[in-house]
Design a protein around this ligand. Structure first.
Ligand code: ADP
Ligand code: MG
Ligand code: MG
Length: 250
């Protein structure tokens, strides 16, 4: 099956269970939203999928197109087609955006299959345009002196150039003004297509006005407690999370 599949995933930190049996499937070609109150484990899920060694997986599996990735190093996971946009992206001093993109792209390819000059130029040009960005950005050092909005744009630019099979975008809306939000959403929507799946993790519904999800999953206390169509996000925005908490408690 062409999907990112999370099967009964349990993960702890320092012996403390955080994920308590997460089940979630994002078929390739679909964009799903993961919502839930603060502290429910959304960011933990994205870090476990990325291979962050701080977390111990105690049960369950994560599969990319039917193949388990839990034993793979983070860079190998990226080569399988995963892209993780982090809440706080790193600065890479002295490396221009263009060079970083080239390195990242080649790191995902087999030896001897490095990206050609024209192919690279075309990809990057298209991505920069898609984000209404100035080409000068390519000569700037990665994330150095970038505003919050520019960092987010940079994450989405990387995603457009790398063309992953599955992207996880965590709290992409945090700290973004409405204009930046639109630009980021534009990038995600541009990536949409039969070969691209995404899980957009957000606390608020606001982002989902621009990135309309095919499906919404709600996490609470380390489990998916509700799934539904895009309207579920609107309902959560209007009613908050308490009614779901009460339903789960009952
Ligand atoms: P969300 O992204 O939904 O807000 P998180 O995944 O950030 O939730 O956090 C889930 C729970 O795990 C919280 O109770 C948080 O305190 C705990 N947690 C997350 N990361 C760590 C960590 N590095 N050390 C200790 N506890 C953590
Ligand atoms: Mg949080
Ligand atoms: Mg979080």
């Amino acid at each position: 099956m062409n999907a990112l599949e999370i099967r009964n995933l349990h993960a702890s930190i320092g012996g403390e269970p955080i994920l308590r049996g997460v089940n979630l499937i994002v078929p390739r070609g679909e964009v799903h939203a993961l919502m839930g109150p603060n502290g429910s484990g959304k960011s933990t899920l994205s870090k476990v999928i990325a291979g962050d060694p701080t977390y111990e997986v105690t049960e369950g599996d994560v599969l990319v197109d039917g193949e388990s990735i839990l034993e793979l190093e983070p860079d190998e996971r990226a080569r399988k087609g995963l892209y993780l946009a982090f809440q706080y992206p790193v600065e890479v001093p002295g490396v221009s955006m263009a060079n970083f993109l080239r390195l990242a792209l080649n790191a995902r390819r087999a030896e001897g299959d490095e990206v050609g000059v024209m192919e690279f130029y075309n990809k990057v040009q298209r991505a920069v345009k898609e984000l209404n960005w100035d080409e000068n950005i390519l000569e700037r050092y990665l994330n150095e002196g970038f505003s919050g909005g520019e960092k987010k744009r940079s994450e989405v630019l990387q995603m457009l150039v790398l063309e992953p099979k599955y992207a996880l975008l965590d709290e992409t809306d945090s700290g973004l003004d409405v204009d930046a939000l639109k630009v980021v959403s534009q990038g995600v929507n541009a990536a949409r297509g039969p070969e691209f799946g995404a899980l957009v993790i957000t606390h608020y519904q606001r982002l989902l006005n621009y990135i309309v999800p095919d499906k919404v999953h709600v996490m609470y206390k380390g489990q998916i407690i509700r799934e539904g169509p895009k309207e579920l996000a609107v309902e959560l925005d209007q009613r908050g999370y308490d009614w779901i908490r009460e339903e789960v408690a009952a």
